[in-house]
Design a protein around this ligand. Structure first.
Ligand code: PHE
Length: 444
């Protein structure tokens, strides 16, 4: 191949394969670990309603923007944005460079701590399998011992990073699509089994009313902001994951429908996971507002005493690991695709080199808990939302008109609604979130 010929890039084998990979990216720790506990903290139904509104108003338009930038650009996050912004020189070029750099950095940082949390899930799978005893003082003590044991956390983090790199190194079709096509149906199957269990064991009615009966007196301004931020994280937006995955689409696919499918799957899976978790919590008389320890402390304690709890626990932690794995793959792919497309590295080299660097950085989170919290806050509160605004600006103001319209395939009304949302609504709402997180703007 001459050096000027474009390097053959991967492609999804089928549309379903793409949808499974993209929803694999979206469905992750955000859905099964984070969504239930923040819903618990912010009081249930009203929070869920606001979160659904955010998915519709901000999440969907941005999802579409990322997919179409990726598909039209046909490159990594930086290359794709650069090729679709109308003016490559000047501000358009700077915007592409800035967004690309921020996106790659976000992938790097998020994966480093995400992998540590996913590693804890592997530890708890082992605990559920009775290969590691639950501390006699309960899961709280087991979790505290794990999080406080740097070597153990680092070990599981290493295992998880290796699993992630082993998939990405095999490429888009052979690696990512193949693994997601197996894990996603398995994940949905496990979730349905858990749902059937709680339908018979009790607690489901209370869980439904907690999640779906809005009590607006519990809704604070803070909750609205949290809901918006979470919509971002859970849909994998603001760091080019969907741009990168979109770039492996064939030109003729109609991405709008696929993006909607991914958002619906992600939302439904979060709601079902919430239903299952709160059913267990209510049935056993525990507290819904248990905070981040809900999945690693409250649940394992309940599993230890409920009938069939061991099997339930094993299934649950498989669910959590599968969800985290397919998301981590997309985080690494953003970084790897960047080094392949922009710096001409081979996939093998890019994967091991930069996967290795992320692993190294992750050791910091495994060793010092505060690093994990810091990176979590830095990325989800600031980097993803800022990345989201930049992508919205690139798509809404700088994208060539032909590229924008081609994505709607003769649906002018939809095109108009999207343009209004991506130009005005999404950036303004997201900007408000950032300001308020910085304490500059107070809402309610
Ligand atoms: N969406 C994933 C989750 O909910 C996290 C993620 C964020 C993955 C950004 C990729 C990019 O856990």
């Amino acid at each position: 191949m001459s050096s000027s010929a474009p390097r053959a890039r991967g492609h999804w084998g089928s549309r379903l394969g793409f949808i499974l990979a993209a929803s694999g990216s979206a469905v992750g720790l955000g859905n099964i670990w984070k969504f239930p506990y923040i819903t618990g903290e912010y009081g249930g139904g009203a929070f869920v309603l606001v979160y659904l509104g955010c998915v519709l108003l901000v999440g969907l338009p941005l999802m579409y923007a990322e997919l179409i930038i990726g598909r039209r650009g046909g490159k990594d996050v930086l290359g794709a944005i650069r090729s679709v912004v109308a003016r490559d020189e000047g501000f358009g070029g700077d915007l592409a460079a800035l967004t690309g750099a921020l996106a790659v950095a976000s992938g790097f940082l998020i994966l480093s701590f995400y992998s540590v949390v996913a590693g804890w899930a592997i530890h708890f799978l082992w605990v559920s399998l009775d290969l590691i005893p639950l501390s006699t003082d309960g899961a709280g003590a087991t979790f505290a011992a794990l999080a406080g044991d740097a070597r153990l956390s680092a070990l599981w983090h290493t295992v998880f990073m290796f699993l992630t790199m082993a998939v990405v190194v095999r490429g888009v079709h052979e690696g990512i699509e193949r693994v997601c096509s197996r894990l996603m149906p398995a994940l949905i199957g496990i979730l349905i089994l858990l749902l059937v269990y709680v339908a018979f064991s009790g607690g489901l009615a209370q869980s439904v009313s907690f999640l779906f009966r809005p009590d607006f007196s519990k809704l604070s301004g803070e909750a609205v902001l949290e809901a918006l931020g979470h919509a971002f994280f859970t849909l994998s937006l603001g760091m080019g994951a969907m741009i990168t995955y979109g770039s492996y689409l064939r030109e003729d696919s109609f991405v709008l429908r696929d993006g909607v499918a991914v958002a619906i799957l992600d939302t439904v899976i979060a709601l079902l996971a919430g239903l299952v978790i709160f059913a267990v919590v209510f049935d056993r008389g525990a507290e819904p507002a248990a905070g981040p320890g809900l999945v690693f402390v409250t649940l394992p304690d309940l599993f230890a005493t409920m009938p069939g709890g061991q099997l339930f626990g094993v299934a649950f932690f498989f669910l959590l690991i599968f969800a985290a794995w397919t998301s981590a793959i997309s985080l690494l792919e953003v970084v790897v695709a960047y080094f392949i497309d922009e710096h001409g590295l081979s996939r093998t080299r890019a994967t091991w080199l930069f996967g290795g660097a992320i692993w190294l950085l992750g050791l910091a989170s495994a060793i010092w808990g505060p690093v994990l919290d810091f990176l979590d806050n830095l990325t989800t509160r600031f980097m993803l939302p800022i990345g989201g605004i930049l992508i919205a600006i690139a798509a809404g103001y700088f994208m060539k008109r032909g590229d924008r319209e081609a994505g709607f395939a003769g649906r002018p009304v939809l095109a108009m609604i999207w343009t209004v949302l991506i130009r005005f609504v999404s950036p303004v709402l997201v900007f408000a979130v950032i300001l308020s997180k910085m304490g500059i703007l107070r809402i309610a």
